[in-house]
Design a protein around this ligand. Sequence first.
Ligand SMILES: Nc1nc2c(c(=O)[nH]1)N[C@H]1C(S)=C(S)[C@@H](COP(=O)(O)OP(=O)(O)OC[C@H]3O[C@@H](n4cnc5c(=O)[nH]c(N)nc54)[C@H](O)[C@@H]3O)O[C@H]1N2
Ligand SMILES: Nc1nc2c(c(=O)[nH]1)N[C@H]1C(S)=C(S)[C@@H](COP(=O)(O)OP(=O)(O)OC[C@H]3O[C@@H](n4cnc5c(=O)[nH]c(N)nc54)[C@H](O)[C@@H]3O)O[C@H]1N2
Ligand SMILES: [Mo]
Length: 842
Amino acid sequence: MATQNNHKGITRRRFLSGLAIASAASVVGTSLLAPRKAMAATDAITGFNGEVLCGSHWGAFRAKVVNGVWTETTPFEKDPHPTVMLDAVREVVYNPARVKYPMIRIDWLKQGYKSDTSQRGNNRFVRVPWSQALDFFQHELNRVQETYGPSALYAGHTGWQSVGKLHNAGTMMKRGISLHGTTLGKMGDYSTGAAQVILPYIAGAMEVYEQQTSWDIVLKNTDTIVMWGTDPVKNLQVGWLVPDHSVYGSYQQLAEKVKNKEIKVIHIDPVRNETMKFVGGEQLPVHPQSDIPLMLAIAHTLYTENLYNKDFIANYTTGFDKFMPYVMGETDGIVKTPEWAEKISGIKASQIRELARTMAGGRTQLVGGWCLQRMQHGEQWAWMLVVLAAMLGQIGQPGGGFGFGWHYNDAGTITSAGPLMSGFSGVTGVEPIYNGSFKGYAKTIPVARFVDCISNPGTKIQWNGSEITFPYMKMAIFSGNNPFAHHQDRNRMIKAWTKLETVVSIEHQWTATCRFADIVLPATTTYERDDIEQFGNHSNKGILALRKIVEPMFESKDDFDIFRELCARFNREEAFTGGKKKMEIIEEIYNGARLQGRGIGVRMPTFAKFWEGDGYIEFPAGKEWVRHESFRNEPDLEPLGTASGLIEIYCKTIADMGYNDCQGHPMWFEKEERSHGGPRSDVYPLHLQSCHPNNRLHSQLCSSTDFRATYTVADREPIYINTQDAAARNIKSGDLVRVFNGRGQVLAGAVVTEDYSPGVCRIHEGAWYSPLDGGKAGTICTYGDPNVLTLDIGTSQLAQATSAHTAVVDIEKYTGPVPEVTGFNGPTYETGIDPLFPAMDK
Ligand SMILES: Nc1nc2c(c(=O)[nH]1)N[C@H]1C(S)=C(S)[C@@H](COP(=O)(O)OP(=O)(O)OC[C@H]3O[C@@H](n4cnc5c(=O)[nH]c(N)nc54)[C@H](O)[C@@H]3O)O[C@H]1N2
Ligand SMILES: Nc1nc2c(c(=O)[nH]1)N[C@H]1C(S)=C(S)[C@@H](COP(=O)(O)OP(=O)(O)OC[C@H]3O[C@@H](n4cnc5c(=O)[nH]c(N)nc54)[C@H](O)[C@@H]3O)O[C@H]1N2
Ligand SMILES: [Mo]
């Protein structure tokens, strides 16, 4: 993988020097780096020259600035394993898709909320002054609250926005809008929607976002690591906060141990992924969406060969007796033998038995990713991984058991002994102006069902044990997320969108969500404002000043100021700011940590010294840790957060909900569509993966022109396909291809590779939706957005999470006239339009 290889030379050296520094730094100081002059905001205006330390989801870096222009990016010296994606970050500021001015969709400017919404997506916009755009925004908030009440206003969507303890786009929106009125909100997220609902019932905690057993302990104790549908080497490149990337040192050590046959790594994955290439190991190329049969057959083998841990099952779990009859075929007449599983999963019965024996034959760490729960019945996979770990009986032992968060946020690194910074709060405690009735409609909806809600208002659905009624959504506000990238079944979404009267998007990139909005407000990037952030996620290695690199481009404003000015329109400015300036809030956040530090014996310099000095402090190292250890040592005193306090192999709470698609114990359910002989594979034979990109964070960085050119094929997003599948279609690497199914069609550039199993292809999510005929459902996407092809149904009635990875397609060589990619050039500017203000009156 380019990401790792490009930096190999510096990696090892940096990694080693990083270790030396970490062990020496027991007292936090500011002197690890050469002191440098603080940069005042005005320097850039006057043509600042110098270097600025900053940070991002892709890591920390130093930006070289020449005459007020950011020219070069160098990874921060304390990052032992920087990602190449840092090369794309500068272009977030400078690229043709930058949102430059407040913009109003042309027909909305003419007719207000009575506009022709079928024109949405045609990308025709008019530039307006900030004051007018914010007046429209406020007018619409008032109108929707007064006409329909809070359930018609959706301001709940969240996403990956940017780092920074102050400038959190979602928080700014929440704080600002909730000072105006109550709104419809959401529950869950696209990442772990299924796992985070089921795992608390089964294992007592969400498990997905938690810290994992320290890598040093795994490296010392584990015999076998089973990487089940996970690609940490790819996915750890990014972090929710600024990643420190020290965790890659552990993967380097793991690679050594695999080479020396000290640890066995088994990758259960239809793809030879980046982690497999980095650490080595064996692959079991399971057919997509057929992991549950494989897992049930492992349970069958452990049981029939008497390899499971009876003491653990007896003392730490409940419901094994209700689950085993299903495995043995007593409840449905199907014995879940390896031979049965072989037919569905493609893994030979003998290999399944061997896998079960290997798992039971030593210390085994099960490492689960999240892709497998982002498919129909995704809950079952999360549940079944816990059941297998329970049968192995090593939960809570060093280097054994299960974990669902290894590929995320530097998990497995040791958490420092430093204080944790808190962020700017989305809650003010000040009463909103509008606090109307929800009239029996849901106050929150499961996030991945939000298009269902727009499409089918008034409909009742089941969700996690209760019934909810979808409200009539009329207005939606998006900030720091990109639903026209992240949501499934784009053409269905386009049709639903016409039901919304007003859509507001606050953005710094002209995404497809902006194209489908009515009011677009230009936000600053992290690099155009001052902020502060944690360095390292789970590691909490230190604190990093995120200093402004350049002045805000065009007319962009900080989300803070956008909502401050909006709030000023309804007399809530003071409530929004808390009477403080931005820099005062940053200082307050720092001082909160400093005070906390004093309590735990970690001394930090004054804010002034920190900010004007290095802009970085490092915390003393913490201790190694074993996940679930306290439960294992004292199950009575440290019970799990489940109903029984034990691991629930059978869960009465879930069984009592009475759902056919998520019952009392894990089960195999056929999918709506599935490759390799499953439903719909006769028409569309290839499984479409839409995994997370190696070269982006979702849709972020896709608009970085030069960087995009490093990975596009035929100027399009790559689609990876197997050699046989390509040959059967006369497709070669570099060809422009059309990918299609009954839901839609996209162009993409073929990469033919043996890394993908036959019948499996992939387009990474986040490829910008670039319609040929903007706004028309069914039009071809000229760049390759996989969500044109994905299925928009809930995982089950339990979690109602996304089923993005339940999708089959076919591919053909594209021979038609080649259209230009439409997505990356911003809006079409229209002029000479007088807004028809009468339409704005109710
Ligand atoms: N098919 C398929 N679809 C998927 C997935 C999949 O596996 N397959 N994965 C899903 C998952 S797990 C996730 S988390 C979602 C991700 O979905 P999103 O979180 O929506 O994805 P991002 O592209 O990160 O969108 C963040 C947006 O915020 C903007 N932004 C950044 N900083 C700021 C700021 O300071 N202010 C404002 N106002 N805006 C800012 C960025 O420009 C960007 O457009 O996608 C989901 N969709
Ligand atoms: N570089 C980068 N890193 C990221 C992100 C990003 O956008 N870019 N996004 C972050 C976010 S928000 C999230 S939620 C996480 C996502 O983390 P995940 O959802 O875990 O990541 P994915 O890369 O989508 O998929 C992981 C692996 O699952 C495998 N897989 C797919 N289908 C199947 C199947 O049917 N069976 C089996 N056994 N394996 C299968 C894929 O081949 C892939 O290797 O990543 C985070 N990290
Ligand atoms: Mo995610």
